[in-house]
Design a protein around this ligand. Structure first.
Ligand code: FAD
Length: 347
């Protein structure tokens, strides 16, 4: 373990670990470049994307377009597949050499494994699942994360200040394909003995019958107001008509009505669809922190004082068992009319 690296003027630069899998960048890395740009500009420091993999140079142009001033690229056969041993070793060596002041890591499955291990290796602090960042008057990074109904502001006095954020929390910058960054290639020695895990193969996950929620454009989300698992039929019918994925609150998972893969919120996933329909959901902060960045929110709740209405774009006050059948009937009619007009035009 290293000596604690106390706040130190030699630590400079805002780094983002931009994860790729099979030569495809994870969106969260690009989103963190957006958050990092703001912080780097406030500090007057460079925004650096760190890209590890094998034959991944093609991805550099995306990192330039999405805001990086510099890209540190490490290509090695043993980095082709993510392993926490190899990735921690490389990132730790780079960090010790360049001394960044901030390091952002996406809260993906791999990122969640990598970030705490790296923090322990570097003997520095880490804040997970941040929803905002700022710089305080002493020049420390303020990590903002929900803590019950409060937003906690956390600072870290050691360097680098490591933080993770879930996908869909921050927005990507508009890409500028004319932007150019400085590219720095680094050679890091990695031996097969450094890696204690062997990837023997990969098994495709079973198809999720409720649809993936992280990248869905339309989500129909349901809460405890649904009353029973049997009533899910109604939700699924609405979701099918809209081509939507089905999401839920934590009590719905606790009751076994839907699997935890569909849970939105602090201890679930963060989503930012174009349309989020919240049905029988009260709007507790633990839930809204995971969906408030949706473009349009429609809430259906029988309680006019339900907090969800404070963030809803359109509020429908009433009994979901009366409203949903009306909505479904109307949508079926619309779909029929659209189909009819397509057939008529085609004739
Ligand atoms: C550490 C921690 C982490 C948590 N993480 C999460 C998380 O990730 N995600 C999450 O969602 N929660 C989370 N929670 C729980 C959270 O605090 C709330 O309890 C939960 O979000 C409430 O879920 P709900 O809206 O389904 O239920 P309720 O709060 O019970 O709301 C049900 C709503 O349905 C309405 N309703 C009832 N019947 C009808 C009807 N017939 N028609 C229309 N409306 C109706 C009611 O008016 C009510 O507003 C967490 C809690 C803790 C302590």
């Amino acid at each position: 373990m290293l000596e604690k690296s106390e706040e130190n003027p030699n630590h400079k630069g805002v780094w983002v670990f931009t994860e790729q899998i099979d030569g495809k960048l994870k969106n969260v890395g690009l989103e963190l470049l957006g958050a990092g740009r703001k912080i780097a500009d406030k500090l007057g420091e460079e925004l650096v994307a760190v890209l590890l993999g094998y034959k991944v140079i093609e991805l550099v142009k995306d990192l330039e377009a999405y805001g990086a001033d510099k890209v540190i690229l490490v290509e090695h056969e043993l980095l082709e597949q993510f392993t926490v041993d190899a990735y921690t070793k490389v990132l730790a060596e780079l960090t010790i050499k360049y001394k960044p002041s901030v390091l952002f890591i996406g809260g993906t499955l791999n990122g969640r494994e990598l970030a705490p291990r790296l923090a322990a290796r570097l003997n520095t602090g880490i804040t997970s699942d941040c929803v905002d960042f700022d710089i305080n008057s002493d020049g420390h990074l303020t990590h903002v994360k929900p803590f019950g109904k409060l937003m906690a502001k956390i600072i870290c006095k050691t360097r680098p200040q490591i933080a993770t954020a879930k996908p869909n929390v921050f927005k990507k910058l508009e890409p500028n394909w004319d932007r150019r960054a400085k590219i720095v290639r680094e050679e890091i020695k990695i031996n097969p003995e450094d890696i204690r895990t062997k990837i023997l193969g990969r098994i495709e996950a079973n198809k999720n019958p409720y649809g993936s929620i992280e990248d869905a454009d339309v989500i129909v989300a349901v809460g405890k107001g649904l009353c029973s698992k049997e009533n899910l039929k109604l939700i699924q019918e609405l979701a099918d008509l809209l081509g939507a994925s089905v999401a839920c609150t934590r009590p719905v998972v606790d009751r076994g009505w839907l699997p935890s893969s569909q849970q939105v919120g602090q201890s679930g996933k963060t989503v930012a669809p174009k349309l989020y329909i919240a049905i029988g959901i009260s709007g507790a902060t633990y839930h809204t922190v995971g969906m408030k960045n949706s473009d349009i929110i429609i809430a259906v709740n029988k309680d006019p004082k339900a907090p969800i209405f404070q963030i809803a774009t359109y509020s429908i006050v009433g009994d979901l068992f009366k409203i949903l059948p009306l909505l479904i009937d109307r949508l079926k009619k619309e779909v029929k009319e659209v189909k009819l007009s397509i057939t008529t035009k085609g004739e």
